[in-house]
Every structure is written in C-alpha cells, then in structure tokens.
Design a protein around this ligand. Structure first.
Ligand code: ALL
Length: 329
C-alpha cells in the first residue's frame, strides 16, 4: 500500500478501508516498514517533480506546464518542482529524491539524468511507500528488474521521434551524403534511442554516418566538438543533434566556420530559439515532445496511481516533427 493510501485510509472506517484496498488490489505493495516515515500532512497528496537542468529551456517549459496544471488543479494536489543546475549532476538528482522522501511527499515524478544511476534511490523511495513515476528518459529495464521494482514510464518513443527528424533530413540530401550524429549523455536511454532513430533513418536512405560523438546535451560542448568533425570530414553534409541545445551549439560552430547552409542541422525538443532558426531556414527540423505536457502526463498518472493503486503500465506520449512547413512559415 502506498503511503498516501494509508494516510487517506486513516480517515475512514475499517469496512471502507477494506473496500478501498480490494479496489486497489492491483497495486504494488511498497512494504510495511514505512509507518515511521515523515508524513506529508494535509488532505492533499504532495507531488514532487524532479527535473534535470533548468538551464535548458526544455525543462523550464516542462516546469511552467506543471505549474499551470497545478494552478488549475490546486485542490487536488500540492506541487514541489525541483531541478538541477547542470545536465550531468546525477548526484544532486539522487540527493533531491532523498530530500523529497525525507520531506514526506506522496509521489515523485522524475526525469532521470542517468538511466541506471537513479534506479537505486527511486527503489528506496518506493520502499518508503512513495509512488514513483518516471517521465521523459526511461530508467534502465535491466537494472529495474535486478532491483525488483516496477516503475511506470510516461514519455515518447524517442527512437521513432528521431527517425521522423532523420527522414525529413534525408529528403534534403543526396544518397551517399556524409553525415554526423551529435549524441546526448550516453548513459541516458533517450539519448541512445535518438541515436538509434537517426541511424535508422540515415541507413534506410543510404547516407554515410562518418562520425557519432556525445556533446552531453550541452550547447557549449557541441560548439567545441563540431569544428574538429568538420575538419576531419570536409565533405560533411549534415549534423543530426539529439537535442536542440546541442543543435544551437552546432549552428554557432558552423556559422563561425562559414559552413552554415552548406551543412544542414536538425535537432530535437522544439525550443523557441530553434523555432526561429527553422523559420529563417538555418535549421531544417526538430521534434516536439510537448515539454509543457510531459510532466503533466506524469503528474496525472501519479495522482491516478495514488487514488486507485493502478498497475504500473507504461504510457506513450506524442512526439511530432517540426519543420518550416508544419510551423506554417
Ligand atoms: C532529455 C530531454 C531533452 C533535453 C535533454 C537534456 O531527457 O528529453 O531532449 O534536451 O534531456 O537534459
């Protein structure tokens, strides 16, 4: 039984409690050892949203979406939104989960910075009776199984999203063109999936992938690694970037090298700076994974699990191709 169910049950009689329990019989029993855990208090569940780098517009948009949802649903739950300062601060994210558990939240909705390193602390949270929903970047299935926990994933099919972007790029290239992939953090499952989706599209269209390197989701890192790739592959025709921050870095490097236009750039996220570049014809495409709704889907799912004890099945969220044409410019 989750901590929230126990708290909610505190106010009802035994018969009603049994009925609620029966209704929630599909629920994971999170263990009975959490009686002493700090209760959140109040009559609404407390939901903690734990994101990654708030320096990335993607997560700012996610936070704004969550806050807007909360404003309209303030009677249903309390929201605590948290993020980390840089994309790689995995330890800080682990600490945030621990802090939220200590604070007595009922649910944690998390976009993990690393697909393996966050599993342990999420499993601990569940053992304390906290409901955990994984959004955006999927936790590693093998590590979850090893730890014996089931955590539902709410997010898009990143491989399919990247394939859409890659297919759009392929239309603009002659078969056999040289292309390079700028990858996200290699320990993030969504980064691996986007790389695979780009490869699917490039291989299907007969392009030559001459380089694939990580810029760890960061604009500055992409700006740093693109020039050597350009020098090593003077015939390069396109850069497929696994997120828009890195696409911005790639565009800056190409501009600096006088190669913008002759080397095409695609990204992933649909942040506002990239929308402008696409409108201006300086970038070709990106993918919209609806950052403003992504956490909302996760919060709604967490509330549903808290109320009904629903079984932890994954839920796929939409991802759409964005081009100058789809933007109507
Ligand atoms: C991923 C998101 C975004 C983002 C990246 C950076 O999990 O899906 O594409 O740009 O994290 O942290």
């Amino acid at each position: 039984m989750t901590k929230w169910m126990r708290r909610a049950l505190g106010g009802v009689g035994l018969v009603a409690a049994m009925a609620m329990l029966m209704a929630g019989c599909g629920a994971r029993d999170a263990g009975d050892a959490d009686e002493s855990a700090t209760a959140g208090g109040g009559d609404k569940p407390q939901v903690a949203l734990i994101m990654k780098s708030l320096a990335n517009e993607f997560f700012k948009t996610m936070e704004e979406g969550a806050r807007a949802h909360h404003a309209e649903n303030a009677e249903r739950y309390d929201l605590i939104a948290q993020g980390i300062k840089d994309e790689l601060d995995v330890n800080r994210q682990v600490q945030l989960v621990e802090q939220m558990v200590a604070r007595g939240v009922d649910a944690i909705v998390i976009a993990p910075a690393d697909s393996k390193a966050l599993v342990g602390v999420c499993a601990q949270a569940m053992a304390e009776g906290v409901t955990v929903v994984n959004i955006d970047n999927k936790l590693d299935a093998a590590v979850l199984e090893e730890q014996g926990v089931e955590i539902p994933f709410v997010g898009p099919d990143n491989r399919a999203g990247a394939r859409l972007v890659g297919e759009e790029l392929a239309k603009a290239l002659a078969p056999g063109s040289e292309v390079a992939i700028i990858e996200g953090v290699p320990t993030a499952y969504n980064a691996q999936q986007r790389k695979a989706g780009f490869e699917d599209a490039m291989n299907a269209a007969g392009m030559k992938i001459v380089a694939s390197q990580s810029a760890r989701w960061e604009m500055s890192e992409a700006a740093r690694i693109v020039p050597p790739i350009l020098s090593a592959h003077p015939e390069l025709k396109a850069l497929l970037c696994a997120n828009d921050s890195m696409a911005l870095g790639a565009v800056a490097a190409l501009r600096e090298a006088g190669r913008l236009g002759d080397v095409l750039v695609v990204g992933y996220d649909n942040i506002s700076a990239v929308q402008e570049l696409i409108r201006d014809g300086q970038m070709l495409a990106t993918a919209d994974q609806h950052a403003d709704q992504l956490a909302v889907y996760g919060i709604e799912y967490a509330l549903e699990i808290l109320e009904t004890g629903a079984a932890p099945a994954d839920r796929e969220t939409p991802v759409d191709l964005v081009t100058a044409e789809t933007m109507g410019s």
